[in-house]
Ligand binder design. Structure first.
Ligand code: NOJ
Length: 554
């Protein structure tokens, strides 16, 4: 049967133009630099680039504060450079999705400027105002410790305005049909310029009712259907990937019972429980999260990630669980953020332990969904905890041992590259890893290539298979007559496990290791005894490598 759902078997690479490569020498990355690096990105094997915000912005929240939805920030280049970039991606068979940040604009956006100045302006009602400071103004801040309120008084308007995030990010009144029409226009515009969809920022807040008299914000899920319909009319194969950190029971609302709302959602519950499982060498929370996020419409897909550009949000774990993750991966207060998360990059969290790093990456690539890889994680980049809040994990890409890691020719770039120490560009860079066959970069390329040959993960049914060890996760996928089995030992002790893969079908139960030569034969017709080294992982095909000859059409 035809399988057109490209996002189900994609490998997504997330990057910000600012941090990737500076071609014009001003110390800030730009589209020209990024376009020059497209062969590297293609070489990694990724099939889709997720571009973080690049529109004109005062850059007070890494571009999530936009002043012109139809432009490119001049520091990153021009619209022409953007089109060259999307064209370059298409030439290499890669798609582009971009952030759609429409919960709020920047307070410097002309819409807000006009709205605050002129009560009669058509833009007045594009934002959310109140005469008095609402009683609940301190509730629901997203950045506790940094953000004090969600309502701030604007002296020019003489009114309070609502902002779910920082005070320089006034919320758009998304219930206003004019705002809704503008959102569609923004989508249509970028689709025309070559993107294949959007990572939609802060979706639960976009669709929430907003206002001083709103006691408990109610979601208007139908807005998601309108966005979806418009998107699909304009471009049949475009997708919406939702940032919606919501409890699993709400997933169906975001996907839509018939899959008529968001195509994809990041799997935040899985992400948090994955780190809990890694911290405690106990696969049970992970298995539970897999069960909790199992149900979804057939066309819907999870985005599976380890780290992104924000803090690792542990807000949905219990206090005790969160403390366990803090203790393992971010024990110092300086590593934690907003009372709920860890702001470090993956490699330092895992103490630079290559075995654990491979284990975590292998899990990301083989848990149900589409993997979303953060730029720099393919070489194990570190963080700079002297930078504020989330900036510590957004440092420039480390390309070579040349000045500033080959990121820029600028003498003192505003965005400093990590220098010195185990994660400094002098030791850790693409050029060095490219030459070393055993490097993390070359390992990552190999596993991505293999991952793309296993569509069972993105499209199949899965089952957690019982083993006799709680530190080993065994996950089997079945799809179109074939089965694959993945084993991960989260613990630092070796484990010999006894496992019946339990795959249906007539093929013999030989397990073919897809990444190494140690295949496994059953000891008694069905059961395998497999020795897993500390932090070991296995990717097996059940049966022989003639699986493509056996794959069924439906
Ligand atoms: C989520 C983004 O990932 C984050 O970086 C940003 O600060 C907020 N949304 C506000 O746009």
């Amino acid at each position: 049967m035809i399988n057109d759902l490209w996002y189900k078997n994609a490998v997504v690479y997330c990057l910000s133009v600012e941090s990737y490569m500076d071609a014009n020498g001003d110390g800030v990355g730009d589209f020209e630099g990024l376009t020059r690096r497209l062969d590297y990105i293609q070489g990694l094997g990724v099939t889709c680039i997720w571009l973080m915000p690049f529109q004109p912005s005062p850059q007070r929240d890494n571009g999530y504060d936009i002043t012109d939805y139809y432009g490119v920030d001049p520091r990153y280049g021009t619209l022409g450079d953007f089109v060259e970039f999307t064209h370059g991606c298409h030439q290499r068979g890669m798609r582009v999705i971009m952030d759609l940040v429409v919960n709020h604009s920047s307070d410097q956006h002309p819409w807000f400027q006009e709205a605050r100045r002129d009560p009669g302006s058509r833009y007045r009602d594009w934002y959310v105002w109140s005469d008095k400071r609402p009683a609940n103004a301190e509730d629901g801040v997203v950045f506790p410790g940094v953000q004090k309120t969600t309502w701030t008084r604007d002296t020019e308007a003489g009114l309070y305005y609502f902002h779910r995030f920082y005070e320089f990010q006034p919320d758009l009144n998304t219930e206003n049909p004019h705002v809704q029409a503008e959102i569609l226009k923004i989508m249509g515009y970028w689709l025309q310029l070559g993107v294949s969809g959007f990572r939609m920022d802060a979706v639960p807040f976009v669709i929430a009712t907003k206002g001083a008299d709103v006691k408990k914000a109610a979601p208007r899920y139908d807005m998601l259907r309108d966005l979806r319909e418009f998107l699909q009319w304009r471009r049949g194969d475009a997708i919406l990937l939702a940032e919606a950190n919501v409890p699993p029971k709400l997933n169906e609302e975001f996907f839509g019972a018939d899959g008529h709302r968001m195509h994809m959602m990041f799997n935040f519950p899985l992400n948090q429980n994955l780190f809990l499982a890694l911290a405690s060498a106990d696969t049970r929370p992970l298995a539970k999260a897999l069960e909790g996020t199992r149900d979804k419409p057939a066309t819907a897909q999870w985005g599976v990630f380890l780290r992104n550009h924000d803090e690792l949000d542990l807000g949905r774990l219990t206090e005790k669980q969160r403390q366990a993750v803090f203790e393992a991966f971010g024990p110092d207060k300086s590593m934690q953020l907003y009372d709920r998360g860890i702001r470090r990059r993956l490699a330092p969290m895992l103490k630079g332990d290559r075995r654990r790093y491979e284990l975590a990456t292998s899990l990301m690539l083989t848990l149900p969904g589409t993997p979303v890889i953060r730029y720099g994680d393919e070489i194990g980049m570190g963080d700079d905890l002297t930078l504020p809040e989330r900036e510590c994990a957004r440092t420039p890409m480390q390309w070579s041992t040349e000045p500033h890691g080959g990121f820029t020719k600028h003498d003192s770039p505003p965005n400093p590259v990590i220098s010195g120490g185990p994660y400094g560009f002098e030791h850790l860079n693409v050029a060095a890893q490219r030459r070393d066959p055993a490097s993390l970069l070359n390992w990552t390329e190999r596993v991505i290539r293999m991952r793309k040959e296993i569509p069972e993960i993105g499209s199949g049914d899965y089952e957690v298979v019982q083993t006799d060890a709680k530190d080993v996760l065994a996950l089997r996928y079945d799809w179109r007559g074939n089965s694959v089995l993945f084993l991960h030992n989260l613990g630092d002790e070796p484990r010999e496990i006894d496992i019946d893969p339990g795959a249906a079908g007539s093929h013999d139960s030989l397990l073919i290791n897809l990444l190494a030569e140690d295949h496994s034969r059953p000891v008694d017709g069905r059961h395998h005894r497999i020795l897993m080294e500390p932090y070991g992982y296995r990717w097996f095909r059940v049966g022989g490598l003639d699986y493509l000859l056996r794959r069924s059409e439906i």
